[in-house]
Design a protein. Structure first.
Lengths: 227, 227
DNA sequence: CGTGCCATTGAGTCAATTCAACTTAAGTGG
DNA sequence: CCACTTAAGTTGAATTGACTCAATGGCACG
């Protein structure tokens, strides 16, 4: 069914967490941990391993991935700058966290930081995202799924300094596909379709310009809910 | 896309919560509320309305439904006897809770009972279920989705007194379909397929006998995770 | 004993996947 | 800095699978 196996991700077997950097800066009111740089593709922690730390994303994008027996993967969520990855939130059923792009993160010891499960905000956020993902996948065809995904990630995308009104589309097609349960090619075709309908522009492959948000959301069932 | 609209559910517009019954009995160690009978199809509370109560299911099955602008619905979860429905857990994005079968429930005032968001167990359970639903929908074709659903609900189904080793399949086909994001007919065909492969038996439409659990789980990707 | 709801089955259509070829961009080393 | 190598994205064609629509069958309820 799903295509992109583990073997597609060469950096996957690199050891978790690399160079430790000195403390840099931190969001106001939060206890500081250690700032770390994570190269693209590197795992922060592995599905199944007991991991106590909470990790705040400073720069870049992290993906939460569930690896399956058949080698396929389901991208459960993306974490953007300001988000906090809480490993044990997924309970008995862990997930692997990997850097989609080069990242900078801060580790928090949950004992001294925001605490995993009892933190209402964190639980809220993940629940909200999973709910809208279920609706996105359950209610939409491929066009609708991609439209819904674009609308959801839009607010997190940094602007492209070179091109006015354009955003950096940080996610590769495969990650989008594995998130919304379609194939990579189908994502491509959906994007091409949106371009043809003048809902978006794609100045480069990794750059997107939104032309018609209302038009996009009309293609995505449940997007009154997701935004 | 999805078929079964609100209009398909005639009891849907009945007012929430009916007859109040005197307190009956309660699980050990929990503060008692008021035991209520809920007829099939009746809503316990509505998506969007602010609802403070937690509701424990004593008998029957409750479904959590997200209603969409286009009239379709996504069944987010089922609640079985022993489960506690926490309305505000779904956060800003509420859901409607309806009785799949005639139910008996107990309302808890969250102030004096188990409390919604800060309760780790509750958050855990819903998160776990949503995660496995995402995998079920995202990774499986229709056969796999139905197989996965059957395996997930199996442990909750009461046995059929008339037929040995048979369980009461409490969910109508439409509810199964709207949960796993397929059509009602596709659920039927999947069940027929399982019957033909001698993985299950269907003595009646609402009765199921599991013959080959391993066979079923081999059809469902991600079921190493979901069970 | 009807009547209506739910479930099942069939046929045709359309959409998404798969497989494959090709294009473009990115990265690497001379 | 350019040529080369590899990864990522795009497009096409064929196939399969799921949906829709429709007709029929069975069960529960009044």
């Amino acid at each position: 069914m799903r295509p992109h196996s583990l073997a597609d991700h060469p950096l996957c077997d690199a050891p978790p967490l690399a160079t430790e950097f000195p403390v840099d800066r931190a969001p106001a009111g939060r206890r500081l941990g250690v700032v770390t740089s994570v190269p693209r593709g590197r795992a922060l922690f592995w599905q199944g391993e007991h991991q106590g730390h909470n990790i705040e994303v400073l720069q870049g994008v992290i993906r939460a991935v569930r690896l399956l027996e058949n080698g396929n993967r389901q991208v459960l969520a993306f974490f953007w700058p300001g988000d906090i990855v809480r490993p044990s939130q997924a309970s008995c059923q862990h997930f692997t966290a990997e850097a989609v792009t080069p990242c900078r993160v801060v580790k928090y010891d949950p004992a001294e930081g925001v605490c995993t499960l009892t933190d209402p905000c964190g639980a809220h956020q993940v629940l909200k995202e999973l709910l809208s993902l279920v609706v996105t996948i359950g209610q939409n065809n491929s066009i609708g799924r991609v439209a819904s995904l674009l609308l959801q990630i839009r607010s997190h995308l940094p602007s492209d300094p070179r091109r006015p009104n354009a955003l950096q589309l940080l996610l590769p097609r495969a990650d989008m596909a594995d998130h919304i349960g379609t194939s990579l090619e189908t994502v491509c075709r959906a994007l091409a379709e949106f371009k043809a309908r003048r809902l978006i522009e794609l100045p480069t492959r990794k750059t997107i310009r939104f032309l018609d948000l209302k038009g996009l959301s009309q293609l995505a069932a449940g997007c009154g809910a997701c935004d």
